[in-house]
Design a protein around this ligand. Structure first.
Ligand code: SAH
Length: 370
């Protein structure tokens, strides 16, 4: 009987395998074989790592967990968007979304089961947070996407070893993986800081899933200590801040987090973040008809962000049950966009994608990312 659950293989950084192998009395080349098995061939069980002796695979399966998240459901949206419902070992279900765009795949991943922050228009906060995800579960979502991408390739006739049929002889085969990761699924990443950062390091590691840091985006509802901590972290991940309103009066109505860290404090923290890291913050601004989509709000936003190098992403609201706001008129979104652009704010207006899956859960925001 073992009361403590086994550590998850996907929750370990590639560099942590050598000391672990030492602890288990194994030679260090086993660590290399394991890391290659996990991330080059995408093993889904210890038995898949055929470079390891059978008894060792058996020993490892007793000590370190390598069980994929169960793909409980796949929901398709018109334009090739797929939303996966994944079941963790304790039965908790999480969502991740695969969004193809311009030959790359962007994957939106969850950081928690539910969310504590209860933003008015966000379905995932409606029932609070059940628990935070482990690093292994966060990485596991990407492994599930890799698994489906591999199946897609095989269905398209690309050999199972990966790569393209015409690849140069001797070239290392590469298995498909997402090009971009956004932590914009269920949960608040800075409410699960350590596990999220650990998972993103594994995704970013060249010996891990090898996704470039600039292709990994963390999105926060405005947890100031999290932003401050990230500024000191020495990582190159992108930071996105869900602002949604240019002043406390409106932001308090949308986002209870604003009572804890109001607009002025949040923006000052973002300015500091830029000063410290030289990295540009993206502000998300969900447009709600007649609430925050008037030109006076655009002007207030311009004043608020003046002098800070940053980007703004305008997102038309996706209607959700329990929130009585409605999406903006297209001409108002365009006028808002135009106002910001004229003030030299780098602004994009995002089109939601995968409306069908959005509507079904009212939870994950599907967007094309630049
Ligand atoms: N907790 C993090 C990440 C999850 S939410 C955060 O708040 O940033 C990801 C993004 O989707 C946030 O910008 C959030 O405000 C936005 N969002 C949630 N529900 C939405 C809806 N109904 N319409 C438009 N955007 C929404």
């Amino acid at each position: 009987m073992n009361a403590t659950p086994h550590p998850s293989a996907w929750g370990l950084l590639p560099e942590e395998w050598k000391p672990l192998c030492k602890e288990l009395g194994l030679p260090s080349f086993r660590a290399t074989q394991i890391v290659t098995g996990l991330y080059q061939t995408f093993a889904l069980s210890w038995n898949d790592i055929t470079t390891l002796p059978v008894e060792l695979r058996e020993q490892l399966s007793q000590t370190i967990d390598l069980t994929p998240l169960e793909i409980a459901h796949i929901q398709h949206a018109g334009d090739d968007v797929r939303k996966l419902l994944l079941r963790c070992q304790d039965g908790a279900c999480i969502e991740t979304v695969m969004i193809p765009s311009k030959g790359r795949l962007t994957q939106c991943i969850s950081s928690q089961v539910g969310c504590n922050f209860r933003c008015a228009f966000c379905a995932s906060g409606q029932r609070g947070c059940v628990r935070s995800l482990t690093a292994g579960e966060i990485v596991g979502q990407v492994m599930a996407a890799c698994q489906l991408m591999r199946a897609d390739q095989q269905a398209a006739g690309v050999p199972a070893t990966g790569g393209t049929p015409s690849r140069t002889p001797g070239a290392k085969p590469t298995l498909p993986r997402p090009g971009n990761i956004v932590v914009m699924g269920m949960g608040e990443p800075f409410d699960n800081y350590d596990n999220v950062l650990r998972a993103l390091r594994i995704l970013n590691d060249q010996k891990g899933i090898n996704i470039g840091a600039r292709h990994i985006t963390i999105s926060t509802c405005g947890v100031v200590p999290g932003i401050q901590r990230l500024a000191e972290e020495g990582v190159q991940f992108e930071l996105s801040v869900s602002l949604h309103a240019p002043n406390d009066e409106l932001r308090n109505q949308l986002m209870p987090v604003n009572r804890r860290w109001p607009v002025a404090e949040l923006i000052a923290t973002c300015r500091d973040y830029f000063e410290k890291t030289g990295r540009i913050v993206t502000f998300e601004y969900t447009l709600v008809k007649d609430f925050n989509d008037r030109l006076q709000h655009a002007d207030a936003l311009i004043r608020l962000l003046r002098g800070m190098p940053c980007k703004v992403n305008l997102i038309p609201l996706s209607p959700v049950d329990g929130f009585d706001g409605t999406p903006p008129l297209e001409r108002d979104s365009l006028a808002f966009l135009d106002r910001l652009l004229k003030a030299k704010l780098a602004t994009t207006l995002r089109k939601s994608r995968g409306k069908e899956v959005d509507a079904a859960c009212g939870q994950l925001r599907l967007r094309t990312l630049t």
